[in-house]
Design a protein around this ligand. Structure first.
Ligand code: NAP
Length: 310
């Protein structure tokens, strides 16, 4: 039986597009589904400084554009604004992917590269003021908060990097973390704490975000002294980790206790013909370079899988 595509790649971030470069180059009929922006989260990054080979850094937007162009050059079709609503493995071993535009398309194999989304802060005011001072992307929203105090929540690489970015605009950055030290890379922490605008607030959690139409302040609790303090910030950047976008395949593949897809070193899931790669999966590190490499591995595995089926 023939299928619409040899491979459908769900997700057009760096992992999915890297896979598409390789499957396209191998002359596999390739479709990439990207429900939001090509390049995914990375497209929103102000600067990428740690991708080997780009000595002067590159903006997330330029990086994403280059990836997209590269994938298309080798023949991959990229559907932007269209996601996958369902994935079914049929009795013949092929897949039917239900698209958000209502169509069903078939493929001999599927690569899952849906990535992950930011974790929410479960406090009063978060939902109500989201987009009105509450943000999960300093790169996107930081410029709206010039010369005013802001807060950053979290202590990992994202919080420290994005907090650093905010020093361009904000008057003060209250960097709130529930531990007494950040867990980001040492070099990032050093650069961050060196900035006079950055005021770390250790052992503390945000209890509430105040404001009617926009953020007017936050209530912080010190976990050691149990003291409560009010900070008159105009924005709260919440950078407290990520949740994998694995809902779609919950019934199909094995997940770990955080909802990340379990794959082997060939990016195979337990379902033959179904591969997963990048941020969606359990990986030793979550760096751009290695999630790109994951996409490449998944593509090569698809190629070998389809060879074996001939
Ligand atoms: P992360 O490393 O998982 O850090 C999450 C941070 O949020 C931790 O400080 C955590 O505190 C805190 N946190 C979690 N839940 C919280 C809650 N409910 N309330 C308050 N604080 C909470 O996440 P990430 O910083 O987004 O990084 C994710 C991955 O991307 C990492 O592997 C990271 O290395 C990578 N990354 C790399 C770069 C880079 O290399 N340039 C940049 C960004 C991200 P605890 O430690 O106490 O749990």
């Amino acid at each position: 039986m023939s299928t619409d595509y040899d491979v459908i790649i769900v997700g057009g971030g760096p992992t999915g597009l890297a896979a598409a470069v390789y499957t396209g180059r191998s002359l596999l009929r390739t479709l990439v589904l990207e429900k939001q922006v090509p390049g995914g989260q990375i497209a929103l990054s102000a600067a990428i400084d740690n991708y080997p080979g780009f000595a002067d850094g590159i903006t997330g937007y330029d990086f994403a554009e280059a990836f997209l162009k590269h994938a298309k050059r080798f023949g991959a079709e990229v559907l932007v604004g269209t996601g996958a609503n369902s994935i079914i493995r049929n009795d013949d071993g092929f897949f039917t992917v239900g698209l958000s535009d209502g169509r069903d398309l078939t493929a001999k194999s599927v690569i899952l590269a849906m990535g992950r989304h930011p974790r929410k802060l479960e406090v009063p005011g978060y939902e109500k003021l989201f987009g009105r001072g509450v943000s999960v992307c300093a790169t996107c929203d930081g410029a709206f908060f010039r010369d005013v105090p802001v807060a950053v929540v979290g202590g990992g690489n994202s919080a420290v990097e994005e907090g650093h970015f905010l020093t361009r605009y904000a008057s003060e950055i209250f960097s709130i973390h529930r531990r007494d030290h950040f867990t980001a890379q040492k070099i990032l922490i050093e650069e961050y704490l060196h900035q006079p605008k950055v005021k770390p607030v250790w052992n503390s959690v945000v209890e509430a975000i105040h404001g009617e139409k926009e953020v007017e302040g936050i209530r912080i609790r010190d976990l050691k002294s149990d003291q409560v303090q009010e900070f008159p910030v105009k924005a709260v950047f919440v950078l407290i980790g990520w949740i994998p976008n694995s809902e779609l395949v919950r019934e199909l593949v094995d997940l770990d206790d955080q909802g990340r897809v379990l794959v082997n070193e060939l990016m195979e899931t337990k379902v033959p013909g179904l591969f997963a790669a990048g941020d969606l999966c359990v990986r030793p590190i979550y760096q751009l370079a290695n999630v790109v490499a994951d996409g490449v591995q998944a593509a090569v595995s698809v190629e070998k899988y389809l060879e074996g089926k001939k």
